[in-house]
Design a protein around this ligand. Structure first.
Ligand SMILES: NC(=O)c1ccc[n+]([C@@H]2O[C@H](COP(=O)([O-])OP(=O)(O)OC[C@H]3O[C@@H](n4cnc5c(N)ncnc54)[C@H](O)[C@@H]3O)[C@@H](O)[C@H]2O)c1
Length: 412
């Protein structure tokens, strides 16, 4: 696609979808259609950008001249909709997760390959300023070979805020296994170092009895998890995610010749670089803490949500479509990161035993895993398959359901 005219974009899911609508024009898109089964939300988002509103995905796919679609629907339902959009000849940018089972990952990769269209995994955290600078430093050899990394995505919610985001007792946020929301912690490390996950040990952190919010409203999963990931090349990564106290995200990378990290406090764009320069000619300061410059498009990025990340995901998607290529966060990286969460839940249920992350770039691995639909999703789990919580089946109490109903009504 050589022309510079805006690419005609459809948005599926009007809640998170609003962030894509906000960035669309700056990234070279025109939002022509919005689809949400919640007609009010869909119509109001569509009216705000002069687009058509639909309640049904098939209607969205049939919108005249549509070229690309954002999947911002439920967390665990992206892959089947991505496959349908690709088969309809559309480019796809998908929110996390890319796939909810290993078998869905195989089907998604093969659908992208068969379509010849661009698929982008919408991981926005790697494009925050500090993470882009650490990628530059790593590629310039400033810290040597990647040895160990840490990534954190911590997002606590009070009970009232939680029920606004999970308005029904079966909403994905009430039951999601605590290892599944891992891509915000892992993606920056893959982006900075270029490495891939090979195997995981999963640890789930159950809710404390004295948590003043968690037990007030329906939860049938667990609040948080820690995952140790062995990366190709031997480095180890520690990921910490989800509903813990201490809101924020953080990245730390140790190399053979230095350390770099995003600051934990103060300006979140700042980077700390430490190089003791042991056994080598000193060629600069031992320690620097500084605010880097945006590598590109800084003005637009600075205005976007998630520290600029919401701009860059769409921007790279547009560039890949125009160039007939795939972005850095392509279907393979999107699926690999999603499999880390799935396999870490398997590991947590087995006492943190190591579980391999299948490399679905390899065709023989696809054949081994294409029928793997192991899933703790309460709506699709088969007899003998696990529950979302490592504690087993949890049923919301009448008091939790009543509290949630009261909070929702009060918030309206
Ligand atoms: N990258 C980020 O920073 C970030 C931030 C927020 C959310 N997200 C991701 O974005 C996705 C959406 O998040 P959310 O908070 O908006 O979720 P949500 O569950 O609150 O909203 C999903 C929306 O999709 C609509 N929808 C779902 N299935 C549909 C269907 N079959 N037909 C029509 N409409 C349908 C729902 O009505 C709802 O309005 C999730 O995957 C979430 O993880 C990412």
């Amino acid at each position: 696609m050589a022309s510079d005219r805006p690419i005609r974009l459809g948005v599926f899911g009007a809640r998170r979808g609003a962030a894509f609508i906000a960035q669309a024009a700056a990234c070279g898109f025109q939002v022509v259609a919005v689809c949400d089964q919640d007609g009010g939300a869909g119509r109001s988002a569509a009216a705000g950008c002069g687009a058509s509103a639909y309640a049904d995905f098939d209607q969205l796919l049939r919108h005249p001249g549509l070229e690309a679609v954002v999947l911002a629907n439920y967390f665990h339902q992206h892959a089947p909709f991505a496959v349908r959009a690709l088969q309809a000849g559309l480019h796809v940018i998908s929110e996390c997760l890319a796939c909810a089972t290993v078998g869905e990952g195989v089907a998604l990769i093969e659908a992208v390959e068969a379509s010849g269209r661009t698929y982008a995994f919408a991981e926005n955290y790697p494009y925050m300023l500090a993470n882009q600078e650490m990628r530059r430093l790593y590629q310039a050899g400033c810290i040597g070979t990647f040895v160990y990394g840490e990534g954190e995505y911590i997002h606590p919610m009070g009970a009232e805020e939680f029920v606004r985001h999970a308005p029904r007792a079966d909403h994905w946020r009430t039951w999601l296994p605590a290892t599944y929301y891992c891509t915000h912690a892992l993606a920056p490390l893959m982006f900075i170092t270029g490495t891939w996950p090979e195997s995981v040990h999963g640890f789930v952190l159950p809710a404390a009895a004295d948590d003043p919010c968690w037990h007030q409203v329906p939860h049938t999963g667990d609040p948080a998890s820690c995952i140790l990931v062995r990366m190709a090349g031997g480095a180890v990564v520690k990921l910490l995610q989800w509903n813990l106290r201490g809101h924020g995200n953080w990245v730390r990378v140790h190399g053979s010749r230095g350390l770099m990290e995003k600051l934990r406090h103060g300006d979140p764009g700042m980077v700390r670089l430490v190089r003791e320069q042991l056994g080598e000619e000193p060629d600069g300061p031992t320690e620097q803490t500084y605010l880097p410059r945006w590598p590109e498009a800084g003005e637009q990025a600075a205005r976007a949500g998630h520290g600029g990340g919401d701009f860059f995901t769409l921007w790279h998607f547009a560039q890949a479509i125009r160039g007939g290529t795939q972005p850095f966060f392509d279907v393979h990286r999107g699926v690999a990161m999603s499999l880390v969460g799935i396999q870490a839940h398997r590991s947590a249920l087995a006492g943190a035993a190591p579980v391999a992350v299948p490399d679905l770039r390899r065709r023989e691995e696809r054949d081994r895993h294409r029928h793997d639909h192991w899933s703790p999703d309460p709506a699709r789990r088969q007899p003998g398959q696990p529950w979302p919580s490592v504690l087993g089946e949890i049923t919301p109490t009448p008091a939790q359901l009543a509290n949630a109903g009261r909070m929702l009504a009060a918030g309206r």
